[in-house]
Design a protein around this ligand. Structure first.
Ligand SMILES: CC(C)(COP(=O)(O)OP(=O)(O)OC[C@H]1O[C@@H](n2cnc3c(N)ncnc32)[C@H](O)[C@@H]1OP(=O)(O)O)[C@@H](O)C(=O)NCCC(=O)NCCS
Length: 138
């Protein structure tokens, strides 16, 4: 099998962070007029993955409060296998910054392409859906 190639530089991550939070394949209904996958589809996968890691860190419910950065680097193709990597990069009083990176595998895994990256902000929520200090229990 030919060696795997990365077409864009990956952010340096720890071994744990190298485990994808989500692996998913877009379907035919996720295609836009160019034959690529809708930006909104990948953004929602990023929100789901980042919400999982933020909720684990906050040990309770969280809400997305802001998308601080979002970059579409390369298009996603039909039949790509998408891996979403996410880790909590910053912890504030009630908020957390989650760094997300999305990699598409194609050509039966021979090629990996970093397709998007982003920084989303989540807020830990209390039982009234109001901000809660991250290090207190819900
Ligand atoms: C999340 C929510 C409860 C926060 O309420 P709020 O009154 O704005 O909260 P605060 O002003 O006290 O801010 C809470 C934290 O979020 C941060 N924050 C608020 N708005 C922000 C923004 N636009 N960008 C970055 N951080 C922000 C604050 O700095 C604060 O962080 P800190 O406690 O770590 O210092 C409220 O905005 C909300 O319910 N939003 C809708 C959430 C939602 O439905 N998300 C899904 C939609 S896709």
């Amino acid at each position: 099998m030919p060696p795997r190639k990365f077409t864009t530089k990956r952010t340096k991550m720890t071994d744990l962070e190298r485990t994808p939070v989500l692996r998913v394949i877009p379907g035919p209904t996720d295609i836009n007029a160019n034959g690529h996958i809708f930006g909104g589809w990948v953004l929602s996968q990023m929100d789901i993955a980042a919400g999982i890691v933020a909720s684990r860190r906050a040990r309770g419910p969280v809400a997305t409060v802001a998308i601080e950065a979002m970059k579409f680097i390369e298009p996603i193709h039909l039949r790509d296998l998408i891996s979403v990597y996410a880790h909590v990069e910053r912890v504030g009083r009630t908020s957390m910054g989650v760094r997300i990176e999305v990699v598409a595998e194609r050509d039966l895994g021979a090629t990996e392409v970093k397709v998007t990256e982003g920084l989303f902000t989540f807020v830990a929520l209390d039982q009234n859906n109001r901000p809660r200090p991250v290090d207190t229990l819900a």
